[in-house]
Ligand binder design. Structure first.
Ligand SMILES: [Zn+2]
Ligand SMILES: [Zn+2]
Length: 547
């Protein structure tokens, strides 16, 4: 499988043509590194699945070349697949900043022991075989986020990672534009730029603005209980809530496992400063004006703390007219319905709910158009590939690159499975590498695609089970054919047709050669044909037994 290339080779195992499960492979000569190993969460088209992770066949095939895994930051779409592949990567060092590695260690749980997790500082460079990787601080919605400069003999690849340019960040650590400009000045062969917010004009708002809006809410509601929901991973948001609670004399109850985990991990590595005594275990006898509940569930997740609160199922807390609920987030596309269900339930209980973007209670962690332009200008790569976006995001980002003077022939929109060789002379597409969706339903599934497709058929068309006894000597059906339908509207005519089709197909088979499996195939085919005419495709399960 090894491909010869004098330059640097980049392959995409996820995170292109989609937002989620980011995973990129960078190779030069006999050395290979992986940037991020993320998860994505299933939508309606993959019912009941827990998660979707990248197919890592290519990594397994080249495991001898793998020198390290480098993580840009600790969001699920960048680290979430690692626990599923702990056995594949157990001998490979995994590099990330303190918060990233802290969160990963927590996720890996018992498997953390078998992995080689290495904490790097922002600004540090690590040597991975013949490849050097520099971690460059960028601002994002969580601490510890880095862009990566990957130095190889075949040229430098600059990976922006998720970033924004926040000039007044909560922790004072800005995107290191000076260093990025230096790297750009020395010459970058290829840049992989995140594209999430390319559709938004102007520049993103500073995280600090959220603190000001939240303070207004504290001031306006001195006698009400505050319930604030946000992503557990947003440590800056959590920081601002804790600081305000302390300032206004409120005690904070953490609601939701991931919120507690994040507060633990982030405070242990110095990315969160919890004022002494501000966090308490329960509401106890606190008056509404003295209490604040900081909850997970800003996306309406069914099992989250906020959802349970809205149904009165969380620690016997009754949400009502004494509560002001703040959803410090905006619904991720696809989650709108569940978010609005929760909001409706909270309003019904008499709570005031503050949830829309108009209130400045949420800002994005991803760069807007002008920030993307600045990044491209500073890095000014020879070749550019937009990543971390659906196709339209990638397309728009490619147009921006063109506008900034990168020649069209040097801009490529990568797809999943694409592999490109880049040299100073040009860019060449190599044969695709194995890539795609690997499904997780409790465990990592071998053939998840088939399972997902079955579930879709079941949801859409239902199922039909036919049971027939066959005399194998004579190749004829004996007795009646039983038919069971679930989720499928079976008419009397339909029932009769199914029985006849099964009997005819089996009787017509060449009984000298046919066995039970073959009869089952014939029966299935005959029944499928009956309904295909009406464009109905129920799952058909033939059960043939020997008479
Ligand atoms: Zn992120
Ligand atoms: Zn991301």
């Amino acid at each position: 499988m090894a491909k010869k290339s004098k330059g640097v080779q980049v392959s995409f195992l996820g995170g292109v043509g989609e937002i989620g499960k980011n995973m990129t492979v960078i190779e030069c000569g006999e050395d290979m590194i992986v940037v991020d190993m993320g998860v994505s969460f299933p939508k309606e088209d993959s019912p009941g699945m827990d998660a979707i992770i990248p197919d890592v066949t290519y990594i397994k095939q080249n495991i001898k070349k793998l020198r390290g895994i480098v993580l840009t930051h600790g969001h699920e779409d960048h680290i979430g697949a690692i626990p599923y592949y702990a056995d594949v990567i157990k001998n490979t060092p995994v590099y990330g900043t303190a918060l990233t590695i802290g969160l990963l260690r927590r996720k890996l749980d018992k498997d953390a022991k078998k992995c080689n997790l290495v904490i790097v500082d922002e600004g540090q460079t690590v040597q991975l075989g013949g490849i050097k990787v520099e971690f460059i601080k960028v601002a994002h919605s969580m601490a510890g986020a880095c862009a990566l400069a990957v130095y190889t003999q075949g040229g430098t690849v600059f990976v922006t990672g998720d970033f924004k340019i926040d000039n007044t960040p909560i922790d004072g650590k800005k995107t290191n534009l000076q260093r990025i400009a230096e790297i750009g000045a020395k010459g970058v062969t290829l840049m992989l730029g995140e594209s999430t917010n390319v559709e938004r004009r102007g520049s993103s708002t500073s995280e600090r603005v959220v603190g000001q809006s939240l303070e207004n809410i504290f001031n306006a509601n001195p006698n009400k209980r505050l319930i604030i929901a946000c992503f557990a991973s947003s440590n800056y948001r959590v920081q601002q809530v804790l600081t305000l609670a302390h300032k206004y004399g409120r005690k904070v109850v953490l609601a939701g496992k991931s919120m507690k985990a994040m507060v633990d991990v982030a405070s242990a590595c110095g990315e969160l400063h919890v004022p002494k005594g501000v966090i308490v275990d329960g509401i106890g006898k606190l008056k509404p004006g003295e209490a604040l509940i900081l909850a997970t569930g800003s996306q309406g997740e069914p099992l989250s703390a906020l959802n349970k609160l809205s149904k009165g199922e969380f620690n016997k807390i009754n949400v009502g007219s004494d509560d002001v609920v703040v959803l410090s987030s905006s619904p991720i596309p696809g989650n709108e319905k569940s978010v609005y269900d929760v909001i409706n339930a909270l309003f019904r209980k008499g709570a005031e709910v503050i949830y829309d973007a108009m209130n400045d209670i949420h800002v994005s962690g991803h760069a807007y158009e002008e920030e993307l332009k600045l990044m491209l200008t500073l890095v000014h790569p020879e070749f550019f590939m937009p990543v971390h976006g659906e196709y339209r995001h990638q397309y728009k980002h490619s147009q921006i690159a063109k506008m900034l003077g990168i020649p069209s022939k040097n801009i490529i929109i990568p797809n999943i499975g694409d592999c490109y060789g880049v040299t100073s002379k040009g860019i060449r597409k190599h044969a695709n590498v194995p890539a795609g969706n690997t499904y997780v339903d409790g465990v990592v599934l071998e053939d998840g695609e088939a399972l997902v497709s079955d579930r879709r058929s079941l949801a859409e068309y239902g199922m039909i089970l036919v049971l027939a006894a066959v005399d194998l000597e004579r190749g004829v059906v004996v007795g009646d054919v039983d038919v069971v339908a679930r989720g499928f509207n079976l008419t009397d005519d339909g029932l009769r047709n199914i029985k006849n089709a099964v009997i005819d197909s089996i009787n017509a088979a060449d009984f000298d050669k046919a066995d039970i499996d073959e009869y089952a195939r014939f029966a299935k085919k005959a029944v499928r044909k009956l309904f295909a005419r009406d464009r109905q495709f129920p799952i058909i399960i033939p059960v043939i037994v020997e008479d």
